[in-house]
Design a protein around this ligand. Structure first.
Ligand code: MTE
Ligand code: LUZ
Ligand code: MOS
Length: 751
């Protein structure tokens, strides 16, 4: 079963925001953004821009009819700057013109007077200044203070992690079309149609039922469009409201890179305590999150850092504290893993540190501390663990000892190359940690020709969720995948959606679709029962387009059944709702059962470092991954491969650079490097951990969108091991480990 979009993708026929035919009279927007990171905005002069050819209007904050505010969690994010600018790239004015080119040309004519203030770019400086966006958050299990005094070994250190540009192939954008009586229809490249609808309503003053948001698909989101599509939709909505003309804005790559936030950089401290048997007895961590200039999704990202701060391990005494630090960078935001990778890197660094000091392999400490079923996570949820099974299966399948020996033998015989190997277990919780977000709706229509249409709140962004939705309906009705069409994600058909995020879209929307199909199927079986003279509807099933009775074919086809039901005036449509049962979290105690389940896995990563040049290649990533029971192995394998490559890009070559003035230097594809075909692992092997256990995943097929990204973290530790095999050094735990940094460490003076 392939992705249903693959055919139109390879033919270039899939429709993205910029492919939607524009309506006559459409104006094109271009945002003028702040040239400095921090300052008092004294004046904005748009007069020269307004005189430019083709310019219809220039909008600034004072023109807004609604509220100048798009901050969803904390109201600290104006749509257009007013009084002060908080980051380089902050939108200040919007030029509307007859073409994109004319709008961009005119935007260059805008001038501003700004009294510059000192920008803060370091989260520790912000924390020292008391500039936290929300109060610190803390998880406590056991008693670390006491436990450390009983540890045989205690190690302390610090880690630095940089951000990551989403680099979705399709940049951000939105298109607003006026509808009757002042309403708006918004096409948006967003993971959160409802988030866009809310933001648009806030800045225009319209009610939610006056604004329709429609999403066909995204050319990638990766978290970058969970919240940060809102601004561009807000811009075109305000422009349409003020001009009564359709308005479109599709950002150019450099505008997108400069104006949008990225994965959060973190600076962290750790302290780890072990006993004689390498059991981790106590762990303390402090996380300083670089949130950027406004709140955005930083608090829930920070919370997920805490949720995953012990990764796959059981540690009886944990104190983890997290600080949401306001700086003068673009607001950082959701990015695949959502703070989880940042939490996991710190514990893995602490383990690597301990291993180096104790002269044991890190894998030995990892393996001895894997969480078991019945153990509690620091937030109180009791594990149903596959940590040991995935480790054991990976070790059996890929023979860690042989891989390590291969590397050792190679190293003994090579003058300038070194191989390194590292293991990376992963445990990732599935559900939005904010419990109310774990709900979804689906609308299923069966038409009288037997074809089926499904609409859900899920947004297709390349991850294959539409394919999975079609599979659910096809399976429930005993049809072919081609008999089902998944339609755009639209707020008129599906209201109050959670964003497509947290890897939970297939589960939530799939379960809702399953419920809708079940309801329709029961109605149809009542009709079929008479025709095939069945005693009970439980004896009926739908397979290969035919009604089956006690497992035997009947002559009643799906199409005849549907038509007959319609003639009998039976409802062939259903709008259903699903909410994950049994989950909840109480922040007053910082305990609860936030996740429907966890996804586990263990990876082993091998690299070769060129010790003359500092360059490296990833030889392999081999993992045993917990799929539950995959409903689509092609799609899931694609997610694993993409996730791994994105994860190792973050820890190796992707380097977001802001200068001391808070200006983005890595602001184009020429200065920001993501993994390409030459830098992906030469081999990615996936061994499925198949379990029969029931879980809350759709058809027991566990969520796969984010967890594999964290296998990529193993690349950092593998490179580190290779470097240490060449020279006696102890590189700082500092991401990304670019070839430059590797080279510096290879020839650092450690004396
Ligand atoms: N895969 C592709 N191709 N494109 C994307 O934008 N986003 C990732 C992941 N995989 C993404 C992707 C992120 S951040 C999430 S949360 C999940 O997909 C969301 O989709 P799901 O809930 O259907 O797994
Ligand atoms: N988004 C969100 C997420 O709002 N809450 C989450 O818990 C989450 N987790 C992962 C990715 N996005
Ligand atoms: Mo993904 S970071 O939950 O959009």
């Amino acid at each position: 079963m392939n992705n249903i979009d693959s055919h139109s993708h390879v033919r270039g026929e899939s429709v993205y925001l910029d492919d939607i035919p524009v309506v006559r009279g459409t104006l094109y927007a271009c945002v003028f953004d702040s040239p400095v990171a921090h300052g008092k905005l004294m004046s904005v002069d748009t007069s020269d821009a307004e005189k430019c050819e083709g310019v219809f209007k220039v909008i600034t904050a004072k023109d807004l009819i609604g509220e100048n505010q798009i901050g969803g969690i904390v109201p600290d994010e104006p749509l257009l700057a007013e009084g002060e600018v908080h980051f380089h790239g902050m939108p200040i004015a919007v030029v509307l013109a007859d073409s994109e080119e004319l709008a961009r040309k005119a935007a260059k004519k805008i001038t501003v007077e700004i009294d510059e203030l000192e920008p803060v770019t370091d989260p520790r400086v912000a924390a020292a200044n008391g500039d936290l966006i929300v109060p610190p958050k803390k998880f406590v299990l056991g008693d670390t203070a006491n436990a450390f005094s009983n540890c045989a070994h205690v190690f302390e250190g610090r880690t630095e992690q940089n951000g990551q540009e989403h680099l979705y192939i399709e940049t951000q954008g939105a298109y607003a079309v006026p509808t009757e009586n002042g309403g708006l229809k918004i096409y948006s490249s967003t993971q959160g149609p409802t988030a866009v609808q809310r933001a648009v309503c806030r800045v225009t003053g319209l009610a939610m039922h006056e604004v329709e948001v429609d999403v066909q698909r995204l050319g990638g989101g990766f978290g970058g469009k969970e919240d940060q599509a809102n601004a561009w939709a807000g811009v075109v909505a305000v422009a349409t409201q003020l001009t009564k003309r359709p308005v479109k804005y599709a950002l150019h790559r450099m505008e997108d890179m400069r104006m949008t936030g990225k994965r959060h950089p973190y600076s962290s401290d750790y302290k780890i305590g072990l006993d004689e048997n390498l059991k981790v007895i106590a762990y303390e961590a402090s996380f300083y999150q670089n949130a950027g200039a406004s709140c955005d999704l930083s608090p829930p990202v920070l919370e997920r850092t805490l949720f995953h701060c012990t990764n796959s391990y059981y540690i009886p005494n944990v104190t983890a504290t997290a600080y949401c630090c306001r700086t003068n960078l673009p607001p950082n935001t959701a990015f695949r893993g959502f703070g989880g990778p940042q939490g996991m890197f710190v514990i893995e660094s602490a383990i690597a540190h301990a291993a180096e000091k104790l002269g044991v392999p890190a894998a030995e400490i990892q393996r001895r501390n894997l969480i078991e079923t019945g153990d509690a996570f620091p937030y109180g949820q009791i594990a149903e663990s596959e940590a040991i099974t995935s480790w054991t299966q990976a070790e059996g399948k890929f023979d860690f000892a042989v891989l390590q020996k291969e590397a050792d033998d190679f190293n003994a015989n090579s003058k300038y190359f070194r191989k390194g190997v590292a293991t990376m277990p992963v445990c990732f919780g599935i559900s939005f940690t904010k419990t109310p977000m774990n709900q979804a709706r689906s609308l299923v229509h069966v038409y009288t020709d037997g074809s089926v249409a499904v609409s859900t709140g899920a947004v297709e962004m390349g991850q294959g969720v539409n394919t999975k939705m079609a599979q659910v309906a096809a399976k429930m009705f005993g049809l072919e995948i081609g008999d089902v069409k998944v339609h755009t994600t639209n707020t008129l058909r599906i209201a109050n959606t959670s964003p497509t995020a947290a890897s939970a879209a297939a589960d939530l929307n799939g379960k809702a679709t399953q419920i809708a199909c079940e309801t329709i199927r029961e109605r149809l079986f009542e009709v079929a029962k008479e025709f095939v003279e069945a005693a009970r509807i439980e004896d009926l099933s739908l397979e290969n387009g035919l009604v089956h009775h006690n497992g035997e074919k009947t002559s009643l086809s799906w199409q005849s059944l549907v038509m007959e039901a319609h003639l009998q005036r039976v409802n062939l449509s259903e709008h259903s709702h699903y909410a994950t049962p049994g989950i909840g979290f109480d922040w007053s105690t910082a305990k609860g059962h936030p996740f429907a389940y966890h996804v586990y896995g263990t990876a082993i990563v091998g690299v070769t470092v060129d010790c003359l040049r500092g360059r490296y290649e990833i030889d392999y990533v081999k993992c045993c991954h917990d799929f539950g029971t995959s409903m689509n192995t092609a799609v899931d394998l694609g997610q694993i491969e993409g996730g791994i490559v994105q994860g190792l890009g973050w820890v190796t070559m992707e380097e977001v650079v802001y200068d001391e003035k808070g200006k983005l230097r890595s602001n184009a594809l020429s200065t920001y490097k993501v993994p390409d075909i030459y830098s992906v692992p030469k081999e990615i092997s996936v061994s499925p951990l198949e379990t029969e256990k029931n879980n809350l995943a759709i058809f027991n097929s566990k969520a796969v969108g984010e967890p594999p990204l964290m296998y990529g973290i193993g690349a950092y530790f593998a490179i580190r091991n290779a470097v240490r095999a060449f020279t006696d050094c102890s590189p700082e735990f500092d991401l990304p480990f670019t070839p430059e940094k590797v080279l510096m460490n290879l020839y650092a003076d450690n004396s």
